[in-house]
Design a protein around this ligand. Structure first.
Ligand code: HEC
Length: 241
């Protein structure tokens, strides 16, 4: 009898603690997910502004992009108009093999699986590795991919960097529009976006995964609270006999 009378308040305390814990976990998860999404949105805008004129993401549809990244309809409409694309169609660059052959001697590769093939670290180093090289056909060179046919897409943002004499970027010849730290952050966003493009379901996994873990944690807490109550009863009845 005594054990049963004590069980009520104890269960209530367990529930209160459980809800408080779940609330804290949920708000932490929500803020991490919002920060991730904001980074992907910035990366997407950067890709559309600086890369999509030459590179495609042929396995990614605009409609999926809009849904996954929670983009505004105006933003997507602007890109669709700019590239003459359809909402259900993939992100295809307007660059034709003829123009590419003439301008670069090769077609800029599709970047859908770029981070999966090369790794995000390689892509980040490549994008940050351009320097001015008048002896190269494009006037630019790259520390990671020597004699790359791609011109530096960031010469305005990052500034123009000299050759250090060892095939790496040296000092700034012309300062960029953004400070080096801010530029590094922008590169992180862009590479995060390219990583998302390589495995778009990562968003669903990230959204779902923590909730599953939170559920398991709450379930464990409840099971533990229940076990305590039941065992208290068992011990109580043993003592009575
Ligand atoms: C003016 C056209 C042009 C623009 C703009 C451009 N690229 Fe490129 N990109 C190229 C060409 C051409 C190559 C092929 C380089 C080579 O293999 O020599 C290339 C190669 C690459 C590669 C290396 C692919 C590989 O694995 O060999 C990556 C990564 C890349 N681009 C990313 C980007 C990103 C990200 C942007 C936007 C910030 C961008 N590019 C903007 C033309 C462009």
């Amino acid at each position: 009898m005594q054990a049963a009378a004590g069980a009520g308040p104890m269960m209530a305390r367990g529930w209160r603690r459980g809800w408080l814990f779940l609330g804290l976990v949920c708000s932490a998860l929500a803020s991490v997910q919002a920060a991730d999404r904001a980074s992907l949105q910035r990366g997407e805008r950067m890709f559309m502004a600086d890369c999509a004129a030459c590179h495609s993401l042929k396995y990614l549809r605009y409609s999926r992009l809009q849904q996954d990244l929670d983009l505004s309809p105006e933003e997507v409409r602007r890109d669709l108009q700019r590239f003459g694309a359809k909402a259900e169609g993939p992100v295809i660059s307007p660059m034709t093999p003829r123009i590419a052959g003439y301008a670069f001697g090769k077609l800029p590769p599709d970047l859908s699986l770029e981070t999966a093939v090369r790794g995000p670290g390689w892509v980040r180093r490549y994008l940050g590795g351009f320097y001015l090289d008048p002896s190269a056909p494009q006037g630019w060179n790259n520390a990671v991919l020597q004699n790359a046919a791609m011109p530096d897409p960031f010469w305005r943002l990052q500034g123009i960097r000299a050759n250090d004499g060892h095939g790496r970027p040296g000092g700034l010849l012309v300062p960029g529009q953004v400070a080096p730290r801010a530029f590094a952050g922008q590169l992180d966003d862009l590479v995060a976006f390219l990583s998302y493009a390589a495995t778009p379901d990562v968003i669903q996994r990230r959204v779902l995964g923590p909730w599953v873990l939170a559920f398991l944690a709450l379930f464990t807490a409840l099971a533990w609270a229940l076990k305590r109550v039941v065992w208290k009863d068992v011990k109580g009845s043993r003592g009575a006999t």
